[in-house]
Design a protein around this ligand. Structure first.
Ligand SMILES: NC(=O)c1ccc[n+]([C@@H]2O[C@H](COP(=O)([O-])OP(=O)(O)OC[C@H]3O[C@@H](n4cnc5c(N)ncnc54)[C@H](OP(=O)(O)O)[C@@H]3O)[C@@H](O)[C@H]2O)c1
Length: 309
């Protein structure tokens, strides 16, 4: 039987943090977690959009327990401040969904000097997760969900000598690099959880081809780029709804049987109900995972350590 949102267990008492919760897939994830009684920390950049997102959840789930936290993943300082505020309010986090992302935009640098897609899609989440670790470890089996894409197949593992693609930038190559980084991060995080003997699980998901603002934003950001327009037209015609695309994220976050270090995707790659799928050997490359970790620690200045239980 297909996995649906109806299978999400009761989440009363659980605390969830969802990045990019003010639109697209993140909003749907926040809505369903709240519907099942979870307290949802909606970490978001655009605050007006975030308030509209809260209103849209409360329309359907009147008693929803929601909290807004400003978070700009393009800024390491903002990621640190958000983590500090969240930790100030919550000694325990049961679910962290690292969902926010950008795709196929022109070359841009963040205030930290990072390539924008790597910064938002991976490095901001690396810092957030690292700093939230004490609260994740306080949970009796936390989940950390990372969101990749089929775009990872177009990406190269991080090159420690040039992670920000200076002189070799391409919008899709950069997106692919960041989405492959999401896979390597999720797998290495799960390996570290297990090595430390913690019950926490790290899981990677691909939502499938879903009609959100992702493709439209890449058209806006490129001033109407050709490949970006192609994907926007295709997703408007053939994409799943955000509620459907959110299901792999929700399954990884809540299904008691979801497996740490595994990949969940729609059954037919970009369409269908969420199922577990094997990861290619290339994506499971241990050297690439180690390098990703070292480069992420070096660039962000955050050190990640899971103390043994
Ligand atoms: N839709 C698809 O077909 C598809 C396929 C594969 C993977 N994905 C992945 O799914 C994830 C969610 O994307 P979506 O489809 O829901 O797209 P979306 O509708 O464009 O949502 C993206 C979210 O990311 C947030 N975001 C962007 N830059 C940010 C920043 N600097 N700091 C904090 N938040 C930021 C946006 O918030 P603001 O509006 O406030 O910036 C928004 O909430 C992404 O990681 C994407 O790579 C999507």
């Amino acid at each position: 039987m297909a996995w649906t949102a109806a299978k999400i267990p009761d989440l009363s008492g659980a605390v969830a943090v969802v990045t990019g919760a003010n639109g697209g897939l993140g909003l749907e994830v926040a809505r369903e977690l709240a519907r099942k009684g979870g307290h949802v920390v909606m970490a978001a950049r655009d605050q007006a959009k975030a308030e509209a997102a809260v209103a849209s959840i409360r329309d359907q789930v009147p008693g929803a327990s929601l909290e807004l936290q400003p978070l700009d993943l393009a800024s390491q300082a903002s990621a640190r401040e958000a983590a500090k505020r969240i930790l100030g309010g919550h000694g325990r986090i049961d679910i962290l969904v690292n969902n926010a992302g950008l795709m196929g935009i022109p070359e841009r640098r963040t205030e930290d000097g990072f390539e924008m897609q790597l910064a938002v899609n991976h490095l901001g989440h690396f810092t957030l997760t690292t700093l939230l670790l004490p609260a994740l470890l306080a949970s009796d089996g936390a989940r950390v969900v990372s969101v990749t894409s089929t775009g990872r197949h177009a990406g190269r593992p991080l090159d420690p000598a040039n992670p920000h693609l200076a002189g070799s930038y391409d919008p899709w190559g950069a997106y692919g690099q960041s989405k492959l980084a999401n896979v390597h991060f999720a797998l290495e995080l799960d390996r570290r959880f297990r090595a430390a003997g913690t019950p926490a699980r790290s899981i990677v998901v691909h939502p499938g081809f879903t009609n959100t603002d992702l493709q439209a934003r890449s058209v806006r950001e490129t001033g109407g780029g050709r490949s970006q327009r192609f994907f926007r037209a295709a997703v408007q015609r053939f994409g799943m709804t955000p509620a459907q695309g959110a299901l792999p994220l929700l399954r990884a976050a809540t299904d008691p049987g979801a497996v740490g270090g595994a990949l969940y995707t729609p059954r037919w790659v970009n369409w269908g109900p969420p199922v577990r799928r094997p990861l290619l050997r290339r994506t499971r490359n241990r050297d690439a995972m180690t390098t990703l970790w070292q480069v992420s620690e070096r660039e962000t200045g955050t050190t990640f350590d899971v103390p043994p239980r």
